[in-house]
Design a protein around this ligand. Structure first.
Ligand code: HEC
Ligand code: HEC
Ligand code: HEC
Ligand code: HEC
Length: 427
């Protein structure tokens, strides 16, 4: 494996408790009182309650040598079982039906034909197989299965541009143990980056990111496919560059666009799902990792303490809500987050519809031939940017929960660009 990156887990329980004491006051106080009442003297489960195992990896039964979930089941029954429970998250929202303006703004691109919400990790191969969006190359398998990561690690980046069907036939598992642990899960549950582009893009700067965030950040990120060899690649080299402004500048510098829209002639960008970037610019970045809010710690009847590998919304888990309480006290966090999401979603609808009207006005201007090429270029520039900022917020799956300031800033910036362009069009 190229530049294999093994990172040992650090127990954070002490840190969280210290922070709880520090932050006790900011939501009205009483937070420590709250959790002591709830959990007795022990407080919530922490990583210190886990008995980390050091065992040899079982023999791999997969053809490519990845130790799969079934292979690990005897060693880690609860983790394997809870990972399988991601199948329970099977609900899909049709975004195109919910927000009809999307069909217009994505015109000419695959997302205008088929765009449903994500569901659990157990569906990745089935979903990539049946999407109506075109996927000629194998690079679409990057974030779906450990077998693809293994193939790249074994054979190099040439794999990305192989025909989709040919490589799909070799894939055996949905996202699984190897994705986040390589074959090292027996090594105290070590987290390993198996997606080689992460190390390539970030170099030594990977060390600035908590392993339990980076683990998810192998996929829950903005990316593009390189022109040279269609390799999946992150558009930055450090955490500081993980902002919509810096990423836009990165794409501009390499003259990158996802598609040229026919009606407007704009060279468009399609944002993906910048969860890690959005989270890392937010208020929790230095305090928490993805696992803290999406993988509740549980205790089995036999006393085994482990991270549930069913990735849930913290708002739907009593255990995770108790973690919030260690800092937020008895504030109703479900209400706070739903309030943020409502505001963000309302703004998305407003700005999305304005963007759709602007796209129509620009298409008319192009069709009428009444504008100079210089004027059109200026308008297309504003169009590219307005859509980028809108999309960066729209496609981020937390709807503002990870970083409400950033989500709102993106929508405001998008609207400013639209207004500027509409003024030009009115002249
Ligand atoms: C190998 C790539 C990959 C990694 C690593 C990964 N995810 Fe995912 N995740 C996906 C994909 C792809 C989907 C969408 C699956 C589908 O709809 O078929 C998804 C879906 C999800 C969903 C469900 C979203 C919804 O709207 O229901 C959650 C929650 C989630 N991931 C959280 C996480 C967390 C937390 C981590 C880290 C512990 C993580 N993921 C690591 C690729 C990944
Ligand atoms: C402070 C807690 C917190 C942290 C840390 C956090 N999230 Fe979230 N995340 C949330 C909340 C709250 C939601 C909204 C859940 C809802 O709408 O029910 C959410 C939603 C999501 C969703 C949409 C799926 C869903 O269940 O609605 C994904 C995917 C996701 N987060 C991934 C990540 C990833 C990846 C990281 C790390 C880079 C991360 N989260 C870090 C709190 C957190
Ligand atoms: C999407 C990424 C992901 C996948 C897939 C995954 N893990 Fe984990 N695993 C994590 C994260 C994140 C942690 C928590 C690390 C932390 O913050 O302490 C973890 C923790 C662990 C631990 C340490 C003990 C604990 O409960 O914290 C073990 C052991 C482990 N995983 C085994 C497995 C096995 C076996 C599989 C396959 C059945 C698997 N994991 C699949 C991300 C993953
Ligand atoms: C380790 C302490 C800690 C934990 C645990 C914690 N938070 Fe926070 N949270 C903070 C701090 C600090 C802020 C920033 C407060 C401020 O600036 O006013 C914050 C801010 C927030 C905000 C506002 C951020 C924004 O972008 O608008 C939300 C929403 C939030 N937390 C939700 C949660 C949820 C939900 C959980 C549990 C799943 C949680 N927090 C757990 C410390 C924590």
């Amino acid at each position: 494996m190229e530049k294999k990156h093994i990172i040992r887990l650090v127990a954070m329980g002490v840190v969280v408790l210290a922070l709880a004491a520090l932050l006790g006051g900011f939501t009205g106080g009483g937070s420590l009182m709250y959790h002591l009442k709830n959990r007795g003297d022990l407080g919530p489960l922490t990583r210190e309650d886990i008995a980390y195992l050091n065992v040899e990896a079982p023999a791999a039964t997969s053809k490519d040598g990845t130790v799969n979930a079934q292979d690990w089941a005897a060693v880690y029954p609860y983790i394997t079982m809870t990972m399988g429970d991601n199948a329970k998250n099977s609900y899909v929202t049709d975004y195109l039906e919910e927000d009809p303006y999307l069909v217009n703004i994505y015109e000419g691109y695959g997302f205008a034909k088929d765009y449903g919400s994500a569901r659990g990790h157990e569906y990745t191969l089935a979903d990539v197989h049946k999407t109506q969006r075109p996927h000629p190359k194998a690079n679409c398998l990057t974030c779906k299965t450990p077998n693809f990561a293994k193939l790249v690690n074994d054979q190099g980046v040439g794999v990305y541009s192989m025909p989709f069907e040919e490589v799909e036939a070799l894939m055996e598992e949905n996202i699984s143990c190897y994705t986040c642990h390589a074959n090292e899960a027996g090594n105290g549950g070590a987290l390993v980056v198996t997606h080689s582009y992460v190390n390539k893009a970030l170099g030594d700067n990977v060390n600035a990111i908590d392993p339990a965030t980076l683990s998810c950040g192998q996929c829950h990120i903005e990316y593009h496919f390189t022109r040279e060899d269609s390799e999946t690649m992150m558009p930055y080299h450090s955490v500081e560059e993980m902002t919509p402004e810096a990423i836009l500048a990165y794409y501009d510098a390499i003259d990158f666009y996802d598609w040229e829209q026919e009606a407007t002639g704009t060279k468009m960008l399609k944002a993906q799902h910048p969860e890690m970037e959005t989270f890392l610019q937010g208020k929790h970045a230095a305090l928490l990792n993805c696992a803290d809010c999406h993988m509740p710690m549980e205790m089995a009847d036999d006393g085994t303490v482990y991270h549930s590998h069913t990735l849930v919304s913290p708002l739907e888990s009593e255990t995770l809500l108790q973690n919030c309480a260690t800092c937020h006290g008895d504030t109703d966090m479900v209400k706070v987050v739903r309030g943020i999401q409502e505001r963000v979603t309302k703004r998305e609808t407003e700005v999305g519809n304005k963007l759709s009207d602007f796209k129509d006005a620009l298409a008319d201007a192009v069709a009428s031939g009444s504008r100079s090429e210089t004027e059109l270029e200026r308008l297309r520039r504003l169009h590219r940017e307005a859509q980028w900022y809108f999309d960066y917020c729209y496609v981020e799956n937390s709807e503002g929960a990870h970083n409400s300031e950033l989500s709102m800033r993106c929508l405001d910036t998008s609207e400013q660009k639209i207004d500027e362009a509409m003024e030009l069009l009115a002249m």
